[in-house]
Ligand binder design. Structure first.
Ligand SMILES: C[S@@+](CC[C@H](N)C(=O)[O-])C[C@H]1O[C@@H](n2cnc3c(N)ncnc32)[C@H](O)[C@@H]1O
Length: 247
């Protein structure tokens, strides 16, 4: 059996309100753990937590210039997974700082390896719930762009309350975007795509920039095909891109 090491062993189990993720194993194989240990200090920002390890304590806003070592337009990715889109899209935008929120440590470890291999130095990650991150780390009207690609679909009706993009989350993202800033999303789950369209089309501060059929957006030109998108296509699902602008 492959040796695995559990970073969360001994960590307190905390009861939380409904989140868009569930606690998953933090087990990593030794090479992945070595990548995590070697590179986390370069790319992963330490933030103060509340009770759970994926929460963020209020009262400690991020200083982006200090975190990135420069002033630059700030892009946020929510749920960066293994970093497939994050690393490619950040590499294509060297003039921007990109901050990613991801709760899954093995995914972050894979992202760190990619960042190192591709020599991308303009990305920082926070291992925490993006809702807390947007709420407590980032100020109003601070973001040039937000990316939410293939948020967990929670397909069963009884789990829909876990879906990340709802009216409250749209309010939060809209409040963090600069006027003229944009929010790009993609999903391969038809009813989630419709739900997002309804919520964001109705939002008074957001304008739908979709120019494809029926108000959907053209595929974001440099968004790579990720494992999640490939899986959706193989299952016969249609991928929808969405693109909104903060008024
Ligand atoms: C289906 S994956 C998609 C990953 C990536 N965007 C891609 O397209 O390959 C969704 C990711 O979002 C993360 N996630 C879900 N809710 C989150 C939250 N509230 N804050 C941060 N990450 C979250 C999950 O851990 C998971 O890695």
């Amino acid at each position: 059996m492959t040796e695995q090491i559990d970073l969360a062993a001994g960590a307190p189990q905390v009861r939380r309100e409904v989140t868009s993720f569930v606690r998953r194993s933090t087990r990593m194989r030794p090479p992945q753990l070595r990548t995590w240990e070697r590179l986390r200090h370069v790319y992963v920002l330490e933030v103060p937590h509340r009770a759970s390890s994926t929460s963020i304590a209020p009262g400690h806003p991020l200083d982006p210039a200090a975190a990135f070592g420069r002033d630059a337009p700030l892009i946020v990715e929510i749920g960066s997974g293994a970093g497939e889109s994050l690393v490619a899209m950040a590499a294509a935008r060297p003039e921007s700082n990109v901050l990613a929120f991801e709760v899954y440590v093995p995914g972050i470890a894979r992202t760190l390896g990619r960042l190192h291999d591709e020599r991308v130095g303009t990305v920082r990650l926070v291992q925490a719930d993006a809702v807390d991150g947007l709420t407590h780390l980032l100020g109003p009207a601070s973001l040039a762009e937000v990316w939410t690609f293939f948020p967990d679909p929670w397909p069963k009706a009884r789990h829909h309350k876990r879906r990340l993009v709802d009216a409250a989350f749209a309010d939060l993202v809209a409040s963090r975007l600069l006027a003229g800033g944009s929010w790009r999303l993609a999903t391969d789950w038809a009813d989630y795509a419709e739900q997002i369209r309804t919520v964001l089309d109705d939002h008074p501060d957001l304008e739908n920039l979709g120019t494809a059929e029926d108000g959907w957006a053209e595929r974001c030109a440099d968004r790579p095909l990720t494992r999640f998108e490939r899986r959706g296509l193989e299952a016969g699902r249609t991928v929808r891109d969405l693109h909104y602008r903060r008024r």
